[in-house]
Write a protein that binds this ligand. Structure first.
Ligand code: SF4
Length: 356
């Protein structure tokens, strides 16, 4: 198949069917970068309101760099993958300090920014300045694997190398930005993981997987064998003097708030949880109001099983069992702090039924 024919068909299809999204109407590298960071691992419907809120609150890279990181985390709350927000804030500060606030458009300069990998740098450089770089995201992997009926697993080093070569060879050098946008759009709206709409595809006559009947088997992914199971018990203390919370210092959800935590590597029965520190010393002197188990929360390499105990007790007892390392806040302040998604959802529900 000739690349020229593929380019022509793709461009025409994108002109007619591409969605009108705010970051596609601008050449501003800062806004394009913002949209790319927000949209990673995120559906458009979920990410769009976040993009609009970020642009409204931080219209320039200087305004984002000058913000408090806790403010940025709060605005990001609910999107998940919180290291992206921290890196984004750090990168904005790098642009102000090292590029005098002028957002870089070249691939190499973009790569030096915190959190900017090959994909984001290629996307921003090609969309904002037409640099000749092919982007490779999940959508593009899928389209390429079907177009060429390629069975090399996409999540292996060999797959990365091969698909990156295929993407570069297929790139439309006359208009790399539009080509990249169109490839991603084709994967997002037509060449979808399940039930692709091949009859609406501009490449239906060229697609090898379609001809050979292997569409449902592409792309091939090597199975991940590692899925860590973690069992977290949060204790929500209700006291007349407030609720203790702390900021996570490291690991997943670093920088977000949480309640006092007890963790176990194995699933525990109710009585076994109760025998854990500090519950064993606190329970006899507290009133257990509620014990809840949240739906399992899946992350890329681990599954979190979250339990929450609501205990009514006094600040004095909590301090004697846990020490002074907690911040004490009242119910209304909880809505201003950034919590991990499962805790935020739980809190929002709780506030409806239990004003405290
Ligand atoms: Fe994907 Fe079907 Fe188009 Fe092939 S013909 S690229 S499988 S949508």
């Amino acid at each position: 198949m000739k690349n020229q024919n593929l380019h022509f068909a793709l461009r025409q299809w994108y002109r007619e069917a591409g969605r009108d999204l705010p970051w596609r109407r601008t050449q501003d590298a800062y806004r394009i970068w913002l949209s790319e960071v927000i949209m990673q691992q995120t559906r458009i419907e979920q990410g769009l309101p976040y993009y609009q809120r970020f642009v409204a609150k931080y219209p320039t890279v200087e305004s984002l760099a000058a913000a408090e990181v806790s403010e940025v985390m709060k605005l990001w709350e609910g999107l998940g993958y919180y290291s992206r927000a921290r890196n984004m804030h750090h990168a904005a500060q790098m642009v102000v300090e090292e590029h005098q606030g002028s957002f870089p458009q070249e691939y190499q300069a973009l790569r030096s920014l915190k959190g900017v990998g090959d994909y984001t740098a290629s996307a921003v450089a090609s969309f904002s300045a037409g640099e000749s770089r092919a982007v490779l995201d999940g959508n593009v992997f899928r389209v390429l694997s079907r177009l060429y009926d390629e069975s090399t697993p996409i999540n292996t080093p060999a797959g990365q190398k091969l698909f990156s070569k295929l993407a570069e060879e297929l790139l439309d050098r006359d208009d790399p930005g539009t080509h990249n946008q169109a490839m991603m759009e084709l994967g997002a709206t037509v060449c979808t993981p399940r039930q692709p709409k091949c009859n609406s595809c501009p490449w239906q006559e060229h697609c090898l997987a379609r001809t050979r009947g292997t569409v449902a088997e592409r792309p091939v992914k090597k199975k991940k064998t590692y899925d860590r199971q973690r069992h977290l018990l949060y204790i929500f203390f209700q006291t007349a003097e407030g609720i203790p919370v702390e900021k996570r210092a490291s690991g997943i959800w670093q920088g977000l708030y949480q309640f006092p935590l007890v963790e176990s590597t194995q699933a525990l029965e109710l009585d076994q949880w109760r025998a854990q520190n500090p519950l064993d010393s606190l329970l006899p002197h507290s009133e257990l109001l509620l014990r809840e188990v949240l739906p399992a929360h899946k992350l890329s390499h681990q599954t979190l099983h979250i339990h929450i105990y609501t205990l009514k007790t006094s600040k004095e007892r909590v301090v004697s069992a846990l020490g002074h390392g907690y911040q004490w806040v009242y119910g209304e302040t909880l809505s201003q702090l950034a919590f991990p998604r499962p805790l935020r959802k739980w809190l929002d529900k709780k506030q409806l039924i239990l004003p405290f």
